[in-house]
Ligand binder design. Sequence first.
Ligand code: HEC
Length: 147
Amino acid sequence: MHFSTKGLALLSALFVLAGPVYADDHVGDAAQGEKVFKKCKACHDVGEGAKDKTGPVLNDVIGRVAGTFEGHKYSDSMIAAGEKGLVWNQEEIADYIEDPTGFLRKYLDDSKAKSKMTLKVKKEDERKDVAAYVATFSPAAPAAAAE
Ligand code: HEC
């Protein structure tokens, strides 16, 4: 990629304006996320004809009340989180997959809560990318497209 000196100066000025909050904020990249999704495929299906597996189908998961994909057998904790008001967006998904059980314990304020999902994704960029990829299968969710 080529930047003119002027362009670079402008870019750094923009970063300064954006401030520390956004300076190193990685925006989820759906194309990268498709690769990360290989980790999810063992348990989750997306796309046309997606089937319920160990994990629920992730089509239209953005805007879904947690634990409500029809016919899927969720943990009591996931159902409780949905009842408490958890609705999936990209940010919550990225948080959840860092530590599914830890996320539900915090959300429910219950140290005995437990998610049936066992995978943990450590790298923050990978979490944001895969959440962006999953969001591409939620065409009806306006917030997903805006990111
Ligand atoms: C080992 C199997 C497994 C893997 C791998 C896995 N999941 Fe899950 N996932 C589950 C199960 C099981 C649930 C339901 C959890 C519960 O009921 O507590 C779930 C639930 C979810 C939910 C909540 C959906 C809903 O309907 O409420 C999201 C979002 C999710 N997974 C995303 C992912 C992503 C993204 C990946 C890849 C980074 C991934 N999962 C990898 C098994 C898995």
